[in-house]
Write a new protein. Sequence first.
Length: 81
Amino acid sequence: MGQDDLLHRITSRPDVFGGKPIIRDSRISVELILSLLAQGESSDAILDDYPGLEAEDISACLAYAHAIIAHDRIDHLALPG
């Protein structure tokens, strides 16, 4: 599955999480999945905890994150501390 196919799994609706990116029009945010991965959760554990998710959804979250940061720089971030 190509990156464009994966990115079609990411949607946004103004009435869900204030328009933040979500997976396949669900109530599962890209931010949540990326946070779980950053905390060390395995893809298998996430799929077990969220039965409606598919492995391609996790790949879509990573593809989305890549697409966003591909045109950004770290000096634009407001890092705590």
